[in-house]
Design a protein around this ligand. Sequence first.
Ligand code: SF4
Length: 471
Amino acid sequence: MRLRALALALVPRSASVSLAARRVAARPRPVDPPRVKPVTIQIGKTMPKDIEDTIVKPDGAAARQDLLKWWDAGHRAMPWRRETPADDKKAWAYGVWVSEVMLQQTQVSRVDPYWRRWMERWPSVESLARADESDVKALWSGLGYYRRCAFLLEGAKQLASANEWPTSKDQWLKVKGVGPYTAAAISSIVYGERTPVVDGNVVRVFSRLAMCGEKPTAKVWWSLAGSLTDGCDRPGAVNQALMELGATACSKQKPSCGGCPLRGHCAAFKGQVVDKYPVVVKKAPPVKVAVCLVVLRHNDRVALVAPQSDRSKSPFRLEGLWELPGTRIEGEPDENAIVQGLDDALRALGPTTKGLRAKKPLSHSITSTRYAVHVQRCDVDDPALYSNVEWVAADDLGTKGCSSVVKKAVDAAAKIDAKRKLPKGQQTLSFKPAKKATTRVSPPPEPVTVTPPSPPQLATPSAFGAYAFAE
Ligand code: SF4
């Protein structure tokens, strides 16, 4: 394979990667380094036996040179990137840290406005350390994976109270929530430490460069990436260039090899087998779970359940987020189980009432779990009867620190047409016990912190009783 690859002619270079090729995918998940000491792959030395037969090792120094030339010729501007090293390394490191956490599994274009808002609100680690968790979550709202912002806050608190500021990868690894990828990115970009970074983009580039086939381990990726940063005086630029290349030219679907600075080093390109790499590993099928959500409405407000500190009490196993009342049903439930689940969700908070159910369940995925979300809308006249909830204006959901599924379900509930002709026994809930539920239903949520509804906004008594809200 190696001989075949080397025998093929090189294609002439073009000046740069086309703009079209620079469309950006979400930053993939970082790849943790192996637990054992990484193998250092040196040019001209024998590879470890297990990978020797499967990869075509690039010349790290030569590849680095071409990569840096490409990087220096121009790359995308991002608010957290600095073209020249900043004097205030602490502020720089803080900005890179926030950006790297936000970019995990999220597109650059999506992160950009969030990063700007974040830095405007909390321009230093000290200001972030003083922030309220609910404010942090509210600003993060819509980015998903909320544990990331909780870790940022915890890390900031730790750093603000520490005597020393971390400058090396090892020191950053001691900060709460900072993993090997983020630690390596900060220490190489800001402090010039010769350490590689490996995320999904970098893996894709090296899988093609070296034609890594049979389930390469993390050890292989870190070793290959290390061959570019070893002995380098600009490791931060090398790492950023590699990530940029993976996010633009060496994209998942249609790599733009003609303009790629590494095509002369790329075994897959030379062998014309780019489309065979990375080798696709079949994923396990997603776990299917049903969730029954009740959108309890009063005028323009909806009832939210306070954040749970215990994930097992959340229908979506979320922590620290406002949610709609709901129950979780493992597997694919039958109609009786769904009716029962919706009934339970409402009964846990107050009196049951008739409602309308959305025709089809919403589809929502969180990591490897695929949720079928059954939404029931119930319009109530007296919100005071439901005391274990907080009534929030639908327009304020975006700043409340809710999971994105809340907005989805509220929107779906608003679209349910109350006047439509309903199929017999299908769209209305009777709230009578189902005949025989054959699927196991998880118990209804336990009562949560009691938050009384907002005080009356109307000066005169309302037809809705003691608690009514201004429109
Ligand atoms: S030549 Fe093509 S496959 Fe190889 S690294 Fe460049 S873009 Fe990726």
